[in-house]
Design a protein around this ligand. Structure first.
Ligand code: NAP
Length: 263
């Protein structure tokens, strides 16, 4: 097999970072979009990004969820570093309009992250009542990711950028009764792999985290008798996402990083 010649030697120094388009001197705050930031994992990511000094915008579709996030971060919203905007992240026109405003107010996008998603299942494929379940799963899990990727890339600047998404352990280890969900999450991982190829050499990266069961209030309600101590807290996963979203992660692209701890 013929190997392509090495074009550079990896050195974690500033010249390499400049070569790949990451500006290590770029001052915070960076502009971050977190679709699904109203949810359990998304809320933890929003919190960490704000703690890191970034500017964060969360598109929302459910006003009650937006209000909850707003109440948690009232000071950040007052200071203008958190913006909550009614916007369906699966709708490219709505998201493009939101990112146009963000770019004008905050500068180019650095992070496009979609943690929007949803689960539905319970029936084996042969017993499915309504195949429209597949359309719903694709829309909430995959279309959101693709729209955030497309519009995010169109709104990034020359300093580079990051795309981060979320898959599911079920892709690697499928369980019965959730074919539509698992197929949609497989699509997200495939999207990330393609993006990594398309973004090579651009200073922009695309990655996914791959949870199993996250320790969320919804999961505790749904599975009251499970071993909750084995589940991974949202903030632990958010730390991995925050690292992928930072300049130090310039060398990681196309990864599907398992974040299921001991579970
Ligand atoms: N929880 C787990 O155990 C687990 C395991 C593996 C993978 N995951 C994945 O990890 C991600 C986060 O999980 P989570 O438990 O934090 O979910 P979650 O609490 O349901 O959060 C998802 C959020 O995304 C929002 N959203 C959905 N569609 C949207 C859209 N079109 N535009 C804007 N926002 C939208 C939801 O709003 P609405 O509620 O109003 O729809 C919700 O606030 C999901 O993609 C999930 O599939 C979760």
């Amino acid at each position: 097999m013929r190997h392509a010649p090495l074009r550079w030697v990896v050195r974690p120094d500033e010249s390499r970072e400049r070569e790949v388009g990451v500006d290590p001197d770029q001052d915070r705050p960076r502009t971050a979009l977190v679709a699904g930031g109203t949810g359990a994992l998304g809320g933890a990511v929003v919190e960490l990004l704000l703690e890191a000094g970034e500017r964060v915008c969360v598109p929302w579709v459910d006003s009650a969820e937006a209000d909850r996030l707003r109440d948690t971060h009232a000071a950040a919203e007052r200071e203008g570093v958190l913006r909550l905007s009614e916007c369906d992240a699966a709708n490219p026109d709505q998201l493009a309009a939101l990112l146009d405003v963000l770019r004008a107010d905050w500068g180019p996008l650095w992070l496009g992250c979609s943690l929007a998603g949803g689960w539905a299942g319970g029936a084996a494929v042969g017993d499915l009542d309504d195949v429209a379940l597949l359309d719903r799963m694709l829309r909430v899990n995959l279309r959101t990711a693709l729209v955030v990727a497309r519009e995010g890339l169109r709104h990034m600047g020359s300093a580079g950028g990051r795309l981060v998404f979320v898959g599911s352990r079920a892709v690697e280890r499928p369980a019965a009764g959730q074919a539509a969900y698992t197929a949609a999450k497989a699509g997200v991982l495939s999207l990330v792999a393609t993006l990594a190829v398309e973004l090579r050499g651009s200073g922009r990266t695309a990655n996914a985290v791959v949870p199993k069961v996250i320790d969320t209030p919804a999961n505790r309600r749904a599975m009251p008798d499970a071993r909750h101590d084995r589940w991974v807290p949202p903030r632990a996963i958010a730390k991995v996402i925050a690292w992928l979203a930072g300049p130090d992660a310039w060398l990681v692209s196309g990864a599907a990083i398992p974040v299921h701890g001991d579970s």
